[in-house]
Design a protein. Structure first.
Length: 461
């Protein structure tokens, strides 16, 4: 696997220092998945490395960078809307640099649109331009011209990127990039490129550094973590990687996402059951309950095979919970197909569902399929799905009342004086407690639930 290593770009840092009287500020906003959030943390790290400061206020920034998502049209429209709103800031401050990067910028038609219709966007680069950002910025600063890149993704892994993490107690840790599955609706393989896995030593080194810094919850990331290891020198598979990481001593939790059901093996489930650090929760996107639709989506499993996996996990990992992604209104989905999805959702009993109306993506196979259902039909199906999910999930969540659970306190709760803590099984409990507990472990007695949110009381450890 070709690997690039980030090195400090002194010439770019000098160009930044020469261009501004006082250290400039950068505002970086990430859209979409956790992989993108982690890329945003690295973009901030790289900008700090060449002399920028970081701000949360776009109106104070000298550089505004949108790290974008292309998975659905709605996400793209939001970005175009938000970029449009920056025109006023640019008029007020002509020196402001506006940049757009990530998955949208990997699509030629998007770059073309930015070139033609958004003249105030100065900088465009795709998903693996993070290490080249200093050089691109230097070009923009020294030449004063727009820098719009349309280079294909390099098919490499970049190590040692500087990073400014959003949290000091929860962290994202990518184990692989890209996707080879080509589900027919999905743009990801086209924008994020072929699967590339990091070598286990690089992952282990980052993991150890996070634990040494006091991090308590680490989520391993990949578009399809179960195909981890292909093309690596070590040849370790994902279950093997989990075994390796779990040998590290310490009081921590390990999560991972996303698992493709076609590759989630009994061995993976046995591995979760064996290690107390591995969270008892599986995000296993099913997309549809109809075998006909699953085949048209190129998913490589049937509803029965999926349910067998769920059954095995339930038997093997006591208390395990499941979440899933579902697409409503895939081209040609019939009422009968949709009812199979409803049946599957009832049968599994997910604690959380991420539901999406199908969005046509230029360049994917599904974009060429006839899609006779109207948006209103699809929205009506979505409402039925959400109702079934609530009827199934809320009582199951409320049934946990009475248990005592160890939680990682993540943030202030919605109600004044409360905190939110995450259980091992990924559910969240709101309970009264002092802010000083944020980032720490706490023991909470579950006293009830409001919809999908548990409520509880603090106990002493
Ligand atoms: N339309 C709707 N949803 C999509 N997803 C991916 N591509 C599309 C699309 N074209 C959903 C899938 C995937 C999740 C991350 O986004 O459910 O699992
Ligand atoms: Fe898209 Fe399928 Fe790859 Fe997930 S597994 S990123 S849905 S192509």
């Amino acid at each position: 696997m070709p690997t690039f290593t980030y090195t400090h770009n002194a010439a770019a840092a000098a160009a930044v220092a020469a261009a501004y009287d006082t250290p400039p500020l950068a505002y970086v906003r990430s859209y979409g998945c956790q992989q993108n959030v982690n890329d945003g943390e690295k973009l901030r790290g790289v900008l700090l490395d060449i002399g920028f400061g970081i701000t949360d206020a776009p109106e104070r920034a000298d550089l505004i960078l949108f790290n974008t998502c292309a998975v659905r049209e709605h996400a793209e429209q939001r970005v175009f809307g938000n970029v449009g709103a920056l025109k006023k800031l640019k008029e007020a401050n002509p020196r402001l640099i506006i940049g757009l990067c990530g998955c949208m910028a990997q699509q030629p038609q998007v770059v073309e649109k930015l070139k033609k219709s958004y003249p105030y966007v100065d900088l465009v680069f795709g998903v693996d331009g993070i290490d080249r950002l200093p050089a691109l910025l230097q070009k923009r600063l020294e030449k004063g011209r727009r820098v719009l890149e349309t280079s294909p993704e390099r098919g490499a892994v970049v190590e040692d990127l500087p990073i400014r993490r959003d949290s000091d107690f929860r962290a994202w840790l990518p184990v692989m990039y890209g996707c080879d599955n080509f589900c027919t609706y999905c743009i990801v393989p086209y924008v994020r490129g072929r699967e590339r896995s990091r070598e286990p030593e690089a992952i282990l080194a980052e993991f150890r550094a996070l634990l040494a810094a006091g991090c308590k919850e680490i989520t391993l990331l990949g578009q399809n973590v179960n195909s981890y290891g292909k093309g690596t020198a070590a040849g370790l598979d994902f279950a093997g990687l989990l075994d390796l990481l779990c040998q590290e001593p310490g009081d921590y939790r390990l999560r991972f996402m996303t698992s493709h059901p076609k590759d989630a093996s009994h061995r993976l489930i046995d591995t979760i059951a064996r290690h107390p650090q591995l969270c008892r929760h599986l995000h296993l996107p099913v997309q549809s309950g109809s075998d006909r639709v699953l085949a048209a989506m190129n998913r490589h499993y049937t509803a029965a095979q999926y349910l067998e996996l769920i059954d095995y996990a339930r038997k093997t990992i006591p208390g395990v919970t499941f979440s899933s992604d579902i697409i409503v209104g895939f081209p040609g989905e019939t009422e009968e197909d949709f009812e199979k999805t409803l049946e599957l959702v009832k049968a599994v009993g997910y604690t959380q569902l991420f539901t999406f109306i199908y969005s046509k993506r230029t360049g994917t196979k599904a974009a060429a399929l006839p899609d006779p259902a109207t948006h209103a039909d699809k929205a009506a199906r979505m409402a039925r799905l959400l109702k079934i999910q609530e009827e199934r999930a809320f009582p199951a969540i409320a049934a946990l009342t009475g248990r005592s659970e160890r939680v990682l306190v993540e943030s202030a709760g919605r109600m004044a004086g409360t905190l939110n803590g995450r259980l091992d099984n990924d559910l969240v409990v709101e309970f009264p407690g002092p802010q000083s507990l944020i980032g720490r472990w706490a023991r909470v007695r579950l006293t009830g639930a409001r919809a999908a949110l548990l409520t509880g009381e603090l106990e002493t450890e």
